[in-house]
Design a protein around this ligand. Structure first.
Ligand code: ADP
Length: 494
């Protein structure tokens, strides 16, 4: 009946698929995408299924169809991502036009979005080309200016030396401006650029397994890998897809009990490349299965799966990278204590397939911490402390306040960890300067100091937290995670 009503709408060419149960529906969705899904619901038991469908295809609209009018259920369904909620017995009479109208609006937005992306890409290419064209002549100017300064082309009098010094200085400035424009394009504008080339998915996993071997050994975990005899070709950016495998493997190892078994299966299913990584760990409650893909999910996930030591960023980065490859990623778990399986499917490619360059906005990025500290030993210790927390934390070090300001100009960190007693510019002066800079003022700062008296001053100057030296790893890591999570909460409230 729905078929005939939808097919009768003149604005649409309709093709249908049907599934008798949730599992078949999910299989169908892995094979192809649907613009509109009608999901028959007996009650809120179907809501995790609804969330899974939205997770598989963010662009599909799901209409929940329940047996009788139930306002509380309708609210829950909308919260889980339903476009609308209809009552089964009223389907014959229900006005479907608002639903179809909203669907059309969403489609128009997606098309508009694609066009904007194209314009954006043209602009980016233009900037890249102009920068490149300027860079080559600049390299020649700089080369001659430096040769003249060094006296390679003869001795210069005082006036000539001053003139050449000025040329060299200004050219250097121009070069760093150009570099900054390019970096801004890639990082601040938030672009993820990937070069996709035909890649054997087995090789991507084999390399990740090799990288993760130490992690597995540490917990005495066994890993069984089932690779097909033939290559599984996909179009992939090796580094980006490799990081996805690293993240999933690291989660499987982290949440598995010591001595447990992890199974990796790579193959082809439903016309797509498919891989699954199954662990025997603590599992995830069904209602949290889609939320763990949210940025900083660890902070929101409570209960037995809560891992306060994690950053909660890995799966969000995984989803972003998999979507860049036109793939899907999802987790399955039979519930707490019953293990977890991470699935990825990707379009198959030909081994001689064409390279593809894709560009997508970066919605989730790794977290960057800038350490400002003049003592190199302390920088090493902090790096050691942080390296075990997450592969998704990046560190940069500045040896002085001046270096820190330069580094921030080039790339905004998500957190600054700083010493107070530093030669040249003290930490307090640096805090003052940061608070006056519109962009930098929002970055949380953790001050490390050996002077109890400096703590109050640092807080008054704008530091969010202060840690007295000496400190241990746990104290340091928990402060860092709390500040990063706090900053995220602030960002998402805006
Ligand atoms: P983190 O970097 O903290 O591991 P992720 O984004 O990778 O963050 O994971 C988010 C949350 O999802 C984890 O904190 C955990 O609660 C849950 N999770 C991820 N993978 C698994 C797994 N294999 N088993 C159980 N829980 C998991």
């Amino acid at each position: 009946m729905l078929k005939s009503r939808l097919a009768a709408d003149p604005g649409w060419t309709v093709s249908f698929g049907e599934a008798q149960d949730g599992e078949t529906a999910l299989l169908r969705l892995k094979e192809r995408s649907y613009d509109l899904i009608f999901l028959a619901c007996r009650g809120s038991d179907e809501l995790p299924l609804l969330a899974r469908m939205r997770q598989l295809h963010a662009k599909s609209a799901v209409v929940a169809v329940c047996r009788q009018s139930d306002a509380a259920f309708a609210v829950e369904a909308m919260k889980a991502g339903a476009l609308d909620c209809l009552v089964h017995d009223q389907l014959a009479r229900a006005d479907l036009s608002p639903i179809l109208r909203r669907l059309a609006q969403t489609r128009a937005l997606i098309t508009q979005n694609l066009e904007l992306r194209q314009v954006n890409q043209m602009k980016n290419e233009f900037i890249a080309n102009v920068s490149h064209e300027l860079r080559s002549p600049l390299a020649v100017i700089l080369g001659y200016a430096h040769a003249l300064q060094e006296g390679t082309l003869g001795t210069l009098n005082e006036e000539q030396r001053k003139a050449v010094g000025s040329i060299a200085h200004r050219s250097d400035e121009l070069l760093s401006t150009l570099n900054r424009i390019l970096r801004v394009r890639e990082s601040v504008e938030g672009l993820q650029l990937a070069e996709l080339k035909p890649t054997d998915l087995r090789g991507v996993w084999r390399a990740a397994v090799e990288r993760g071997a130490q992690d597995l050994r540490r917990k005495n975990l066994r890993l069984e890998c089932a690779y097909p005899p033939e290559p599984v070709w996909v179009l992939a950016d090796l580094a980006a897809l490799g990081e996805v495998c690293d993240n999933l493997l690291s989660n499987a190892a982290k949440f598995s009990p010591g001595g447990g078994l992890i199974r990796l299966t790579v193959g082809v299913a439903g016309g797509r490349a498919a891989c699954a990584l199954q662990d025997q760990g603590q599992g995830i409650p069904p209602e949290l299965l889609s939320r763990v893909f949210e940025d900083f999910s660890t902070a929101r996930v409570s209960g037995p799966t809560r891992q306060s030591s994690g950053l909660g960023l890995g799966l969000a980065l995984c989803r972003q990278a998999v979507e860049l490859h036109s793939g899907s990623i999802w987790l399955e778990s039979a519930g707490p204590g019953r293990g977890c399986t991470a699935h990825i499917t990707l379009p198959l490619a030909r081994p001689d397939g064409k390279l593809a360059r894709v560009e997508a906005p970066v919605l989730v990025e790794k977290r960057r911490i800038l350490i400002v500290e003049d003592n190199p030993d302390l920088i090493d210790i902090i790096q050691l402390f942080i390296s075990g927390v997450s592969a998704n934390l990046e560190l940069a070090a500045a040896r002085s306040g001046f270096e820190a300001l330069e580094s921030i100009k080039n790339q905004m960190p998500h957190l600054i960890v700083m010493d107070i007693m530093m030669p040249g510019m003290t930490g307090l002066e640096l805090l003052e300067r940061l608070r006056r800079a519109p962009d930098a003022a929002r970055i949380p700062v953790l001050v490390l100091t050996g002077y109890a008296d400096a703590a109050a001053q640092a807080r008054a100057a704008g530091a969010q937290d202060v840690l007295l030296k000496p400190f241990d790893r746990n104290a340091f890591v928990s402060r860092v995670l709390a500040l990063l999570h706090g900053a995220q909460a602030g960002e998402s409230r805006k």
